[in-house]
Every structure is written in C-alpha cells, then in structure tokens.
Design a protein around this ligand. Sequence first.
Ligand code: ADP
Length: 189
Amino acid sequence: MINFILFGPPGSGKGTYSKKIVEDLGLIHISTGDLLRSEIEKKTDLGMQAKSKMEKGEFVPDETVISMIEGILCENDLAKGFVFDGFPRTVAQAQAFDTMLHKYNQSIRQVIAFEVEEEELISRIMARGKESGRADDQNYDVIKNRIAVYHSKTEPVKEYYKAQKKLSVVINEGKIDEVYAKVSSILSV
Ligand code: ADP
C-alpha cells in the first residue's frame, strides 16, 4: 500500500489536495472530520458523543478516532493505499497509528504539511462555512479555538514525523494547480 498523510491547520487545504491525489493515484481518502460528521448525521452513539466536542472546536477522544481508522483499514485490506486527512492529530494518535500500521505490515510513505498564514486560514474557513453551512466553520470563536488547539496539540506531530524523515512542508498560497504541482513532485519521490 501507498499511504500519505496530509497535515496542517484547519482550512489549510488538506481536503482540496486529498481529492486531487485520490483522483490521480486511485487511493482511498480518509478524513476523520468527514467520518465523524457522517456519524453525527446517522445519530449514532459515537456521533452524539463527538458532536458536543466538535461544536466547541475540541478534539474527540483519541481512542474513538483510532478505532474508527482501524475499522476502515480492516475493511479495505486490498486497497492500493490511503490518504489520511485530519489524522493523526495528536502525538498519541500518531504513536498508536504506527503501532497499528505495523500490525498490518503497512507504513506511512510521506507526510505533507501545509502552511498558511493565520488570517488567510480564518477567511478561507469562513468562506467554506458560508458555502457548506458547517456550523464549526461559521463561528469566529470556534475557529480561533480550533487554530489554538492545532498549535498546542497537533503541531507537535510534525516533529514526530520529521524525526522519521517523512515530513515535507508545502506553503499553500497561490494557485491551486501550482501548489498541486509541488505536492505531486513530493508524492512521486
Ligand atoms: P478542520 O481540519 O478544518 O478543522 P475537520 O473536518 O478535519 O476540519 O475536523 C472537524 C472537527 O472534527 C475537529 O475540530 C475535531 O473536533 C474533530 N476531529 C477530526 N479529526 C479528529 C481527530 N483525528 N482527533 C480528534 N478530533 C478530530
């Protein structure tokens, strides 16, 4: 399998480039945010537990997302590979993920970390919220909290993969196609 992680703060482009990579390489897109929103829509117990956390811009428990990911890996054991978007989001998730991948004889090939100025992030998220109606994309305080949580809990994950020599940083400013050309060149190494 060929597995990539797209990493970065909320609104930094993980979803946008995941779609392009999936189309180009035939991989499966796994977004923990999308999976959790679908659990909320289906009103499952997991969804109900996640809802209050997500509305505040806080994380759902590590164990919840880790077992969701493991379920998908098991169901798709013949897949060509995966693009993980929004996971892992804490160092504990990254460690548990490595243990899990090892168990299935899999590994992460590369982590692409997107960077965008904070003001630009906020305006992109607000614009996305207007289009999609997503509640956590429309409230300024929730957005600020998500960015703060990103800095305190998620950014350290960068160091984790840097130590494994798997981290590539991409500045996602400018035209999507131009940025994607950089992403593609990293994927094809
Ligand atoms: P964004 O990256 O723009 O914040 P996502 O759709 O990836 O949006 O995530 C939305 C929310 O879902 C997060 O704010 C968080 O509450 C929850 N979430 C998503 N992925 C995880 C994860 N791996 N661990 C914990 N919570 C998560």
